[in-house]
Every structure is written in C-alpha cells, then in structure tokens.
Ligand binder design. Structure first.
Ligand SMILES: Cc1cc2nc3c(=O)[nH]c(=O)nc-3n(C[C@H](O)[C@H](O)[C@H](O)COP(=O)(O)OP(=O)(O)OC[C@H]3O[C@@H](n4cnc5c(N)ncnc54)[C@H](O)[C@@H]3O)c2cc1C
Length: 415
C-alpha cells in the first residue's frame, strides 16, 4: 500500500520503520523544519541539553530496546533522595522534615489509592481533591502536590481522578525505583536521527498537512507540497494541535480533539561550570518557589541546570514579557552562588508551540477512558492514543498498534 505518515516524532518515525518493514511504500510529512516533535536535543558545540522529553522509566522496554538496538546503553540517573524546600525549611524525600505527621499524610494517600484503584467515581473528581482529602499537614499537601504535579505536568485540579487511576494501573506492579531511571546517553535526537537514517521513503520537512479527505478508494492529503492520494494515512499529531489540520467530521467530533497536553515548560540556565557540585549538591531540587523544580540537565561537561515548571505557573512564565530576566532573578534569589557562573537563560515554551500546544497528554476531569482511534483508512497514533500515554514509550507503543492494525486490514478475510 501507499501510506502517508503525518508527524515525524517518535511515533511517526517508528510507524514509518514498521510499515516499510512490512513492505509498504511510505511517505512522511512533518510541519517543523526538523524531526523529533516533542523530543529535541539542543546541540550547539559543547552545549547539549534536552528541550523536550528526557526521562525513561525502568520498565519502558520499547525505548530501552530502541537505544540498545543502536548500540547505546541507557544513561542511568543517580537515585539519591531529592532535596525539598518548603517555606524555607529544607529536607529530602526520604526524611520529609523528620515529621511523622507528614509521613502519615503520604501513607494515607497511598493507602487510599491502593483501596480505590479500579473503581470509577461518578461524578468524576480530580487528583488535587484526592490529595487534599488525605492530608492533615501543609508540608504533606505541598509535597504530594509537587510530586504529582511534576509527573502529570499540570495543576492537579485539571487531572481527572478516573483517568489518573487508569494510568496508575501501569505503575501498580512496579517494584520501585523505576521512575525516571534513565536518559538517552547522547540525547533523544541522536536516536531520532538514527531511526530516520534507516527509513527509505521521503520525509518532507516544513511541510504541514492541512487537509485529509476520504475518497472512494483512499485518502486525499493536502500539504504545503500540494495534493496527493494515498491508500491510507497514519496521523500522529496530538489532538490539541489539530487546529491547523482539517479532518473528516467523525474525527473532529471525536474525543481525540479534546485530549489536552499538559502546560509544562523547561527553563534552561547555561553556566561556565557546574557550581552546584562544589556545594555538594547534584542539582536536583523541588521547592515552593516560582521555578518549582530543578535538575542537572547537562551531558558530559555541559553545565546546564534546568527548571521544569508546570501548570498556571508555567503559563505565567511564558506570558510575561520579562520572563527570561525574571526567571534569572528567581534563580539568583534561590542560589546566590549561581550568579558568578551564569551565562544565559533560555525557555522552551511548549504551551504556545503551534505543532504541539503542550508537553504531554493527561486525562481531564470527566474524560472517557477509551475512544475510537481508527476512522476508515485514517489511523490515529501518537502518545495520546497509547496505554503509556504521556510518554515516549507510548509513542512507540502506538506505532506498533497502528502497524498491526494495517497488517490486519490487509488480510483477505477482513471486511
Ligand atoms: C517539556 C517536556 C517534557 C517531557 N518529559 C518527558 C519525559 O521525561 N519522559 C517521556 O517519556 N516523555 C516526556 N515528554 C513527552 C514526550 O516527549 C512525548 O510523549 C513524545 O515525544 C510524543 O511523541 P509523538 O510522536 O507521539 O508526538 P510528537 O513528538 O508531538 O510528534 C508529532 C509530530 O507531528 C507534527 N505535526 C503537528 N501538526 C502537524 C501537521 N499539521 N502536519 C504535519 N506534521 C504535524 C509535530 O511537529 C510533531 O513533530 C515530555 C515532553 C515535553 C514537551
């Protein structure tokens, strides 16, 4: 078959690989002037850091296998307890301010989650309420909110309870320690480049697709390069970014369009040297200040500290005209030692990115747990459609599903 793949992030590239391996003739279309979508490694001489997706959980086997397939050993991340600062008081996630009442909050929340997993609440509620109803201390409330806000990428009163529990089942059988256990040793873009190098079909960059229309025998696709007919089309565009793509009514009216991507951004601080190591700190911190969370985002000798900010606070950073100066001032206020080594501050605004409109998907309040992802000869893929939604793992998972569906529909017995 002659098949178009719209969007060349992890889902699109993997789909192209799998469809070509199955003998199809495949054409890739990408709106940006680069591949990778929401994964992008900034590589400027000595300076290397991830602008988008970065962390790989220990049980994300598809991503880990992909790295190994290209001869790369996943880069293990240090597992020391993260520093916490709340109302000026410092602790870490093992000690929780040495306060048994805070530990009690965490235990109560976790017990409640274990008790309620698999149950559907009618009406739906949100994750912040689940936390608020479990805690008695301010520290406990802040700690649980900060941890889960970091995972979900947005304010927790936007995260639907039922959808969150559905995703939680992915984690239920974990033994611990798997979260954010690895990174790509040479950056995500290195793997993306290697994937692209194996693909034979053309990959058109800076070529947004603007219209998909079913014809009697296939799909007519309109892109910046003109109109072309295909037997089938795989779309990996997140529904939140569909404003620029006209699709048939059954798709535009489907829940795909309503799946939001979290308001998460990265603010990257470049330094002359990794001054935090001199202070006996590995760069990892969660605090109640406006930059929310830090980690050492560098590769090798690159001296980069990244702030990962989510929800309304992220919206605030990308909206204010003095965002970069204000973020730098907030950094210096928290870490006076940063001033001497500081070179530059940059911001990756995924919220206003026209080809994403956010960082990764979550299930909002009241959202159905499953919905159609195949519409005749238009197949929907991308992390938003996966069991591992929100993750690079989900993007790869969706590619496998679509390749299987296309193989199934070719069998002679298929209607
Ligand atoms: C700040 C941030 C932090 C993250 N952290 C992590 C993490 O630590 N771990 C993790 O696993 N995941 C993380 N993610 C999520 C991860 O990056 C995504 O789940 C994954 O990259 C999604 O891949 P995809 O191929 O499904 O979608 P995308 O990468 O969004 O690919 C879709 C492609 O479609 C293109 N496109 C859009 N519209 C059109 C159009 N009309 N025509 C043609 N092309 C179009 C886009 O440009 C894009 O390239 C993070 C994301 C961000 C932004």
């Amino acid at each position: 078959m002659k098949i178009a793949v719209v969007g060349l992030g992890f889902a699109g590239l993997r789909t192209m690989q799998l469809l070509e391996a199955a003998g199809h003739t495949v054409f890739g279309y990408e709106a940006r002037d680069r591949i990778g979508g929401r994964c992008h490694t900034v590589r400027e001489g000595e300076v290397i850091y991830e602008a988008g997706g970065e962390w790989i959980d220990g049980d994300h086997q598809r991503v880990l296998n992909l790295m190994r397939r290209y001869g790369q050993e996943p880069l293990a991340t240090p597992s020391s307890p993260r520093r916490l600062i709340f109302e000026g008081k410092e602790s870490n996630w093992d000690e929780l301010w040495g306060n048994p009442a805070v530990r009690g909050d965490v235990d109560r929340f976790e017990e409640r989650v274990e008790a309620e997993v698999g149950q559907i609440a009618e009406p739906d509620s949100h994750l912040q309420r689940l936390i608020d109803e479990s805690v008695v201390t301010e520290e406990g409330r802040w700690y649980l909110t900060a941890m889960y806000r970091s995972d979900e990428g947005d304010d927790l009163d936007r995260i639907g309870r039922n959808g969150w529990f559905r995703a939680y089942e992915n984690y239920a059988n974990r033994e611990g320690g798997e979260l954010s256990a690895f990174r790509f040793p040479h950056g995500a873009s290195d793997i993306l480049d290697r994937m692209a190098a194996e693909i034979h079909g053309p990959m058109k960059l800076s070529c947004p697709v603007s219209e998909l229309t079913p014809t009697g025998t296939g799909i007519s696709l309109v892109s910046a390069g003109g109109r072309e007919e295909f037997d089938a089309v795989v779309v990996t565009v997140p529904g939140a970014a569909l404003a620029k793509l006209t699709v048939p009514m059954d798709i535009s009216a489907s829940p795909i369009r309503q799946i939001p991507l979290a308001r998460a951004i990265k603010i990257t601080f470049l330094f002359r040297d990794r001054w935090w190591l001199r202070e006996g700190w590995n760069g990892s911190l969660m605090y109640d200040g406006p930059l929310q969370q830090f980690w050492d985002g560098g590769f090798g000798e690159t001296a980069v500290l990244q702030a990962y900010v989510t929800g309304s606070e992220a919206e605030n950073w990308v909206t204010r005209p003095d965002g970069l100066q204000a973020a730098t001032a907030a950094l210096f206020q928290q870490f006076p030692a940063a001033r001497e080594s500081h070179l530059e501050t940059r911001m990756n605004d995924w919220i206003n990115d026209p080809w994403a409109r956010g960082a990764f998907s979550y299930m909002p309040v009241g959202f159905a747990s499953t919905w159609p992802v195949t519409f005749g000869r238009i197949y929907w893929a991308g992390e938003t459609t996966a069991k591992w939604n929100g993750f690079i793992e989900g993007a790869l998972e969706s590619a496998e599903r679509v390749a299987k569906e296309i193989a199934e529909c070719q069998k002679p017995s298929h209607p």
